[in-house]
Design a protein around this ligand. Sequence first.
Ligand code: NAD
Ligand code: WQD
Length: 346
Amino acid sequence: MNILVTGGAGYIGSHTSIELINAGYEVIIVDNLCNSNFIVVDRIQEITGKKVKFYKIDATNKEELKKVFVENKIDAVIHFAALKAVGESVEKPLEYYSNNLINTINIWELMKEFNVDKFVFSSSATVYGSPKTCPIKEDFPLSTTNPYGSTKLMIENMLRDICKADKDFNVAILRYFNPIGAHDSGKIGEEPNGIPNNLMPYITKVAVGKLKELSVFGNDYDTHDGTGVRDYIHVVDLAIGHVKALEKLNQKPGLVTYNLGTGTGYSVLDLVKSFEKASGVKIPYKIVDRRAGDIAMCYADPSKAKEELGWVAKYDIDKMCKDSWNWQSKNPNGYNSEEKILETVK
Ligand code: NAD
Ligand code: WQD
């Protein structure tokens, strides 16, 4: 089967491409490289020993995107391509709505035109807004607090409408919790532009001396140590979840929705401690004010994915930290060879 992976040069898309190839699928990547690097495609090929077709195309350009459908018989689409920085989405909402919604609609229209009936969507735990309780189940109320999250919820809502009208369209909405870690080889991993917003990439940049110290956003939450609790999941487990979702779509289930998380919550300080243990590197930190929009606790009930997909996250927090460190320490400048200092390291 030929799988079109949009955003396949990105963090989760690259790991998923590898797992798809390992499972015997042919992978065709479309990415405009706005948040990734062409080297990733080489590394996917190096790791798997298989050729990957790559198109540098902006998926908001429907005419360009159509070429991919004309030149390849696509069997299913896994759609990662999106802008994903929460803070930036508040500053530039139009860019987020335009990029994330238009590219998605283009893909659906082309899927319809070329009779492609299987679609996997990268959604996010962000669609649960501020959940009243944890663990979070798929039928919890949905709401959002920022434009990025709104694009995810809008696309989910559109998918629910489309599937009501078109009984032949098969869709898996996957709601990711907090992906961290990297491929075991240390050849691919997360490489955000500029100063990272997310916790693990910030920690790894401190560990390689590119940032001075971690700011812990608040220690007065109602959690076991006062710092925010999240459901960190190894990116390879997440990637395997996509292979399982594709298998499910082959059974023509219509629209299905799954949480992809481990079901266990760790605090910011738990993650710092695990990282220090895995890397042997001390992470200096200071406690600062809460970050606007943050919630105290967010972790999944992943039992639906276990029952219906036969998927369970198998890597623990130590392995996640070990692999994040393996990637960052082998690639202190990410995919760029030149030295980058992100802030003055005193
Ligand atoms: P990423 O930025 O590493 O990957 C996204 C890729 O999409 C990038 O390579 C980027 O260049 C590409 N892209 C963006 N707009 C495009 C366009 N118009 N045309 C073609 N390519 C385009 O991000 P990621 O962490 O791998 O996230 C993948 C998906 O998972 C996104 O949809 C994101 O919203 C979602 N998600 C991520 C997280 C997370 O914490 N990383 C959590 C939940 C959901
Ligand atoms: C985790 C914890 C912070 C950075 C975000 C998006 C969400 C999803 C995943 C895409 C929190 C604390 C963080 C730092 C800190 N992305 N923290 N110092 O906020 O759970 O989720 O990424 O869909 O939509 O909102 O992840 O990694 O930013 O934060 O103390 O420098 O670490 O307060 O408790 P979050 P995160």
